[in-house]
Design a protein around this ligand. Structure first.
Ligand SMILES: NC(=O)c1ccc[n+]([C@@H]2O[C@H](COP(=O)([O-])OP(=O)(O)OC[C@H]3O[C@@H](n4cnc5c(N)ncnc54)[C@H](O)[C@@H]3O)[C@@H](O)[C@H]2O)c1
Length: 361
């Protein structure tokens, strides 16, 4: 078992564990009871995950709400259904909502926990690699609005994140790679995360490709631990994205526009991020911010893990640029880019020439 303790500097009392263990879902309530005084639980999950793992969470004090699967389900209608169910089963203030699923379920259940009776305990049980290394950590919870992704939400930290690496065995290859894309992102931003330890995730990924792709439990556990340590270091310093947390958006400025222009249908989020990382590495190399050697190393890593790195469509450049400009992270009309400038180091820049931005599109 590995435990990563997440501390938030701005909330001195607040810290919570991420428990990473093969098979820990079999003892879920043991860990939940150590971190919450709830008497009753509402598990939020979906029609894909419930048949796989729902049984492990059944007990006399637990009710389930099983929602349809899909990003389009991350909406206020389903949020209301969770709240309705919580009221129906008389969930009280000291009780807990448990998210059993990927980022969609985690974000939506977390937001329900944040608003139900002004906030009740929230437990994350992430079942996708993306959720285990990214969305379950750091307290961003939200639902989508028809005019924009994650437009209605909050910062709300869980009491516990319980990560069972066995759940990755039922995840399909494409979703696993989507998670790997976020994992690789941490390798490129590691030094800028200012964690206490140098994990050298870049070396780790280069040296352990076979066991990672084979989902060997010990390696995967270590991989998730490193990512959680890095995200937790960033969130500790900047919970509400006033500064440092923006580095987690490495590759995402392009990715959000790619997802938007393809109506969230053609690529998974991770695929858009790996294409976005390739585009930003191209930009950094062409503007002499990084060496050719580092560029080659980065692109080889993306390629060796079989990630999607080429945009297989030619979007209208003007439209693409306008979409980039309408992103919620744009400030004072400037598009923010997180750009590599040395090995494993990135910085925020916002005055990049439009033609250079669009060169790879
Ligand atoms: N809160 C954050 O900080 C944060 C960060 C990144 C992404 N996100 C959000 O996360 C969401 C994407 O999350 P995701 O990639 O996990 O997608 P997802 O939740 O849609 O899961 C992907 C697919 O895998 C299925 N699935 C989940 N676990 C499974 C398992 N163990 N076995 C088989 N199938 C399984 C799901 O039912 C779904 O069909 C987006 O809504 C994004 O906005 C949030």
């Amino acid at each position: 078992m590995t435990v990563v303790e997440v501390k938030i500097k701005a909330q001195k009392e607040s810290s919570y564990p991420i428990i990473i263990e093969q098979g820990c879902l079999d003892n879920a309530y043991k860990y939940i009871k150590q971190n919450s005084n709830a008497n009753k639980y509402l598990v939020v999950t979906n029609t894909t995950i419930f048949p796989l793992y729902g049984e492990k969470l059944k007990n006399d004090n637990t009710e389930f709400i099983i929602l349809p699967d899909g990003e389009e389900q991350k909406n206020t209608a389903n949020l209301n259904k969770i709240v309705d169910k919580a009221l129906e089963i008389k969930l009280e203030r000291k009780d807990a909502i448990i998210a059993l699923g990927g980022g969609v379920i985690g974000d939506m259940a977390g937001f329900a926990a944040a608003i139900y009776q002004r906030g009740i305990d929230f437990i994350q049980i992430p079942t996708t690699l993306l959720a285990q290394v990214d969305s379950s950590v750091g307290g961003k919870v939200a639902v989508n609005h028809k005019l924009g992704k994650n437009m209605i939400g909050a910062f709300y930290q869980p009491k516990l994140v319980l990560t069972d690496t066995n759940t990755l065995n039922t995840l399909d290859e494409r979703q696993f790679k989507t998670g790997l894309s976020e994992v690789i992102k941490y390798a490129f931003i590691e030094k800028s995360c200012m964690a206490k330890e140098d994990f050298n995730l870049l070396n780790f990924l280069e040296n352990n490709k076979k066991s990672i792709l084979n989902k060997e439990s010990e390696t995967i556990q270590e991989l998730i631990r490193i990512c959680c340590e890095l995200k937790s270091a960033v969130v500790n310093q900047d919970e509400k994205e006033k500064g440092l947390r923006a580095i987690l958006n490495f590759g995402h400025t392009y990715a959000h526009a790619i997802e938007n222009i393809t109506e969230y249908k053609r690529y998974t989020h991770g695929e858009a991020v790996s294409i976005g990382m390739k585009l930003i590495f191209d930009l950094a190399k062409e503007t002499n911010r990084i060496s050719n050697d580092y560029y080659e190393r980065a692109i080889n890593l993306l390629n060796n893990y079989g990630l999607v790195i080429n945009l297989d469509l030619k979007p209208n450049k003007e439209l693409f640029y306008n979409i980039m400009k309408s992103d919620k992270k744009v400030l004072n009309n400037n598009i923010n880019f997180i750009i590599p400038y040395a090995e494993r180091l990135v910085r925020k820049e916002n005055n990049i020439d439009k033609n250079i931005v669009l060169q790879g599109i």
